[in-house]
Design a binder for this molecule. Structure first.
Ligand SMILES: Cc1cc2nc3c(=O)[nH]c(=O)nc-3n(C[C@H](O)[C@H](O)[C@H](O)COP(=O)(O)OP(=O)(O)OC[C@H]3O[C@@H](n4cnc5c(N)ncnc54)[C@H](O)[C@@H]3O)c2cc1C
Length: 380
């Protein structure tokens, strides 16, 4: 098994590292303190080729593949996890439109998601009472002669404050559960779409999260993405891929915390002689390396067009939980020095927590994994 990277993958990783050092690093602490949508970072990301990494070149993407995407996300999340989640969602939206869109939708939206004319894309699935279970959604789209009229509410939508394009899921018939859900492309300036105020979150202050209200929000027939009534499949396929991004993001945050601890221990002669300290770092280094391998395996499968849903869940649940543990361990090792905002570790800890929640909680990943292994061994 060859674990080496191709020159193309190294180029994208190095470009992400450079972008993170030049653009993200100088503002990461300020963005965490002040909060808000990272517009300048996003504009610079479009120039650095970080907005549509796994999208074909004809549509303005970088056509670099899922492994390169994962490597880039890890590098960016090491420095500013807030900006990185906005970029992850934009990359996911661009991939979804490129994959499911008709020629007009692809030509109209994907280049604008790649070059920043849409500012960023947003993914509007979750609702009050319909987070882990999208089949419980209450947003409705009614077909008319002119198009579709959407009514309902979405919650916790990353980049909802500024996005120029939303992928929106709504029920289009009364079939129970996940059946009868359809997917729509809704430009941010569509009348009837209103955006709430940014939520006050524990972490990821460098990204905004808002509620959306759809009140008789009318879109043309051409806004339907994919097949009417088959939107649940679109969402699940998007989330499978998105989980590789979130695993990569968590990995980056965990690595940042461990890097800080290693530097701190090297500067502290007493700590460097404590076996308990060194073993704590060794355990996290081992776990994050395992997380990296699981994530790259899922990315490699997706890139080859193989089935990767279970592997993406393995990567997400393991990388996010181990990264959270790594940040906690680093705080144990560094003591009060780790709690100092300047060290960055308390930000890492706040930022990493949500990776165990969005794009499917850890419990949801365990459901996906257990269903797959039961099916494989002949269970229901
Ligand atoms: C910062 C942030 C950004 C987000 N960005 C987006 C976005 O861009 N787009 C979007 O659509 N959504 C977004 N979300 C929403 C996110 O995807 C949901 O929060 C997540 O899916 C969980 O849903 P919930 O919060 O409604 O929790 P619930 O589904 O109510 O779950 C509550 C608890 O119950 C557990 N649980 C639920 N069902 C089961 C079950 N069957 N078995 C075992 N345990 C179960 C869960 O694991 C969890 O621990 C974001 C959330 C956050 C916090």
């Amino acid at each position: 098994m060859d674990l080496s990277l191709t020159p193309g993958q190294e180029t994208v990783r190095d470009a992400a590292r450079q972008y993170a050092a030049d653009v993200l690093a100088p503002k990461a602490v300020q963005l965490d303190v002040e909060g808000g949508f990272p517009l300048d970072n996003i504009r610079a990301a479009a120039k650095a080729g970080m907005t549509a990494i796994n999208v074909e070149a004809a549509l303005g993407g970088r056509a670099a593949g899922t492994i390169a995407y994962s490597l880039a996300v890890t590098e960016m999340a090491r420095v500013c996890a807030g900006t990185t989640v906005a970029l992850c969602v934009n990359n996911m939206v661009a991939e979804v439109v490129a994959h499911f869109g008709d020629e007009a939708q692809r030509a109209s939206h994907v280049p604008r998601l790649a070059d920043g004319r849409h500012v960023v894309g947003a993914f509007a699935l979750s609702e009050p009472g319909a987070g882990s279970d999208p089949g419980a959604m209450r947003t409705r789209a009614i077909k008319t002669d002119r198009g579709w009229v959407i009514n309902g509410e979405k919650l916790w939508i990353t980049s909802g404050t500024d996005a120029g394009l939303f992928i929106v899921w709504a029920k289009t018939n009364d079939s129970p559960g996940p059946r009868g859900i359809s997917t729509f492309l809704v430009p941010g300036d569509t009348p009837g779409l209103s955006r709430g105020k940014p939520e006050h979150k524990m972490g990821l202050h460098g990204s905004t999260t808002t509620a959306l209200q759809f009140t008789d929000c009318e879109v043309p027939h051409s806004a339907l993405l994919g097949v009417e009534g088959k939107g649940f499949g679109v969402a699940m396929m998007a989330l499978d891929g998105g989980r590789i991004g979130i695993a990569s993001q968590a990995l980056g945050i965990g690595l940042a915390a461990v890097d800080t601890a290693v530097q701190w221990v090297r500067d502290n002669v007493a700590a460097a002689q404590e076996q308990a300290v060194l073993w704590a770092l060794a355990d996290s280094a081992t776990e994050l390396d395992a997380a990296r391998l699981l994530t790259l395996r899922a990315a490699g499968l997706k890139e080859r067009g193989a089935s990767f849903s279970q592997e993406a869940s393995h990567a997400k649940v393991y990388a996010t939980e181990r990264a959270w543990k790594a940040c906690n361990r680093v705080l144990d090792v560094m003591g009060e020095a780790g709690l100092d905002r300047a060290a960055g570790v308390e930000r890492n800890l706040r930022d990493v927590r949500v990776t165990m929640i969005y794009e499917g909680t850890s419990e949801v990943q365990r459901i996906v994994i257990s269903r797959n292994i039961m099916r494989r061994f002949g269970g229901s």
